[in-house]
Design a protein around this ligand. Structure first.
Ligand code: THU
Length: 142
């Protein structure tokens, strides 16, 4: 199992803790830091639907709480309908791309984003700069 497959496996484990009673769609995220640590998150929905948090954002918040926001180097995102086949790769939503860009700009690393389903061997990898070209970020506020 290569390093990317390990990160995807950890994201799949995280997705088991998704709280997604409204969408029925579980997402897991795993961030790897420059120091080799892995930080995870799962989507966290709310009865007030619009307040729901995505898995990537939860993982970034946890990384930040541990002082690791600028240390993120790569990310695995997986998801799928709970109880479904879930083999199609899940790509970060627009808001999460913007949240991930903060780590990219702070750390000076164009994050690798690995996308997969809850199961299956299909995976794809993108640079954050390809998912969010011409991004607005901290440098624009300098
Ligand atoms: N979701 C994520 O956790 N990350 C994404 O990048 C896309 C969407 C979650 C939000 C919601 O709980 C569920 O997937 C369905 O949209």
């Amino acid at each position: 199992m290569d390093q990317t497959e390990i990160l995807i496996a950890v994201a799949r484990e995280a997705a088991r803790y998704a709280y997604a009673p409204y969408s029925g769609f579980a997402v897991g995220a795993a961030l790897r830091t420059a120091g080799g640590e892995i930080v995870t998150g799962a989507n966290l929905e709310n009865a007030s639907y619009g307040l729901s948090l995505c898995a990537e954002t939860v993982a970034l918040g946890t990384a930040n709480a541990r002082g690791l926001l600028a240390e993120v180097v790569e990310v695995a995102v997986v998801g799928g309908t709970i109880g479904g086949a879930g083999t199609a790769p899940v790509r970060p939503c627009g808001r999460c791309r913007q949240m991930l860009n903060e780590a990219t700009q702070l750390g000076g690393r164009d994050l690798a984003i690995h996308c997969a389903g809850l199961t299956g061997g299909v995976r794809e990898t993108h640079r954050l700069s390809a998912l969010l070209p011409l991004a607005f970020g901290p440098a624009d506020l300098a």
